[in-house]
Design a protein around this ligand. Structure first.
Ligand SMILES: *Cc1c(COP(=O)(O)O)cnc(C)c1O
Length: 413
């Protein structure tokens, strides 16, 4: 146990590459091998301390999994991290021949994206470990979540965004209290600026997978999904993959659930979804490689998955392969089309990254990698309202009599 009062079940941290152990009660970035650190728990003690049926009596937020989390209760910095609903896309499914398609709608979380799961944990742990200043590179949503939780915790934050980050993201980050900068480069360039500034500024670097706790937050997606499905996994999960925190986190969640006896050996096939304009994991998956080379000239409408190089590449590829899943790239045109279809058919407004998972679902169904017998979960990782939408409205002149017959005829095509 890392804490004298025994209020968490953390035992130590472990290098995801070499297995080397590190003490849990101090600040870490990457391991000595330059790889992500994973948090390890006394899982037998968790199994003895709590029963899965007990969870039903707890608040419907991610702190219901507190035994599997590293934060001591007094350090929790919360904005209400609600459980997110599973929404069956019934009409969409009917049109596609009847498979079960479930969207997990992460847009309901604070700051409108699942980045809240990771950052609530990273910032709470930063508070626990005495950090007073934090910096990160972001494509938008992570910066917004960092800014919000940082302000709430009274921790100073510095956020660096690629200059073409959607305006709404840059503005929400600044409005929520971060010192916010546009950078003429991509996210890895922003990451370099954060890393190189550490010594001069003393800020703590919470870049994706460069500190151990964002994975723990994202892990709750896996815990929550399995609980919501009645302690079962779906057949296949389509995950929009940038840095891969969520995919890695969910894979870890399933292993921990099995270790405490709440889940059997079954696993969903994990599908890493990327955009054709930035698909380093797909290229590495298809080449049978363990690591992914940097993707040059990355571009896609789905900014959240525009990540040319991921420090956890080998963990993403391992989870995909061990699960019997695959990696798949979709075009920007198919992302736009997918977003339009699900919004019109099922009334769920996806973010572009979420739409990418539906585009990938359709593509996988068409090429036979999955079938309508598979129960599929798609991750809609952010609120669709944060992203540009096409203008499809017509006009009515209020100063003229309205010709309702003509209006109906035109509306119904
Ligand atoms: C960050 C982000 C992703 C990618 O998530 P990772 O777990 O880092 O791969 C996908 N979609 C949106 C909207 C995001 O903000």
């Amino acid at each position: 146990m890392d804490t004298p009062d025994g209020s968490t079940f953390v035992t130590h941290l472990e290098c995801s590459m070499t297995g080397q152990h590190y003490p849990a009660d101090r600040l870490h970035n990457l391991s000595d091998a330059g790889k992500p650190l994973l948090v390890r728990y006394d899982l037998p003690a968790i199994a003895a301390a709590v029963d899965r049926d007990e969870l039903a009596t707890r608040e419907p937020d991610l702190w219901r999994y507190r035994e599997f989390l590293p934060v001591r209760p007094e350090n929790i910095v919360s904005l209400g991290e609600t459980m997110t609903p599973l929404i069956e896309l019934d009409n969409t499914s009917k049109r596609l021949g009847g498979g079960t398609i479930i969207a997990k709608d992460e847009g309901r979380l604070p700051t409108g994206s699942f980045k809240a799961r990771g950052l609530v944990m990273a910032v709470s742990m930063a508070k626990q470990l005495g950090v007073t200043s934090i910096a990160m590179p972001t494509n938008g949503n992570a910066g917004a979540a960092l800014a919000a939780y940082g302000s709430r915790a009274g921790i100073e934050t510095f956020v660096f965004c690629p200059a073409d980050t959607p305006e709404i993201n840059v503005r929400e980050i600044a409005l929520q209290g971060a010192h916010t900068y546009r950078v003429n480069g991509l996210i890895d360039t922003c990451g370099r600026i954060v890393g190189e500034g550490k010594e001069a500024t003393g800020w703590f670097d919470v870049s994706t997978l460069k500190e151990p706790y964002r994975i723990e937050g994202k892990k709750t997606m896996g815990l929550e999904l399995v609980e919501q499905l009645g302690w079962e996994v779906p057949d296949v999960i389509f995950y929009p993959t940038g840095g891969g925190t969520g995919l890695i986190g969910m894979w870890k969640a399933f292993a921990e659930l099995e270790a405490v006896g709440w889940l059997g050996q079954q696993r969903p096939r994990m599908v890493a979804v990327q955009a054709e304009g930035c698909a380093p994991m797909v290229r590495a998956y298809e080449a049978g490689a363990e690591h992914a080379d940097r993707w040059e000239d990355a571009h896609t409408v789905a900014a959240g998955i525009r990540v040319p190089a991921a420090v956890g590449d080998f963990l993403i590829l391992r989870a995909v392969r061990e699960s019997g899943g695959f990696a798949i790239a979709v075009s920007d045109a198919s992302i736009d089309q997918a977003r339009t279809e699900v919004a019109a058919d099922d009334g769920l407004l996806l973010c572009p990254e979420g739409a990418a998972t539906f585009a990938a679902y359709k593509q996988s169904l068409a090429d036979g990698r999955i079938s309508t017998d598979d129960r599929a979960v798609l991750f809609n990782c952010g609120s669709g309202l944060k992203y540009p939408m096409p203008d499809q409205a017509d006009t009515v002149d209020a100063n003229e009599p309205v010709d309702y017959a003509a209006l109906l005829a035109a509306a119904r095509g």
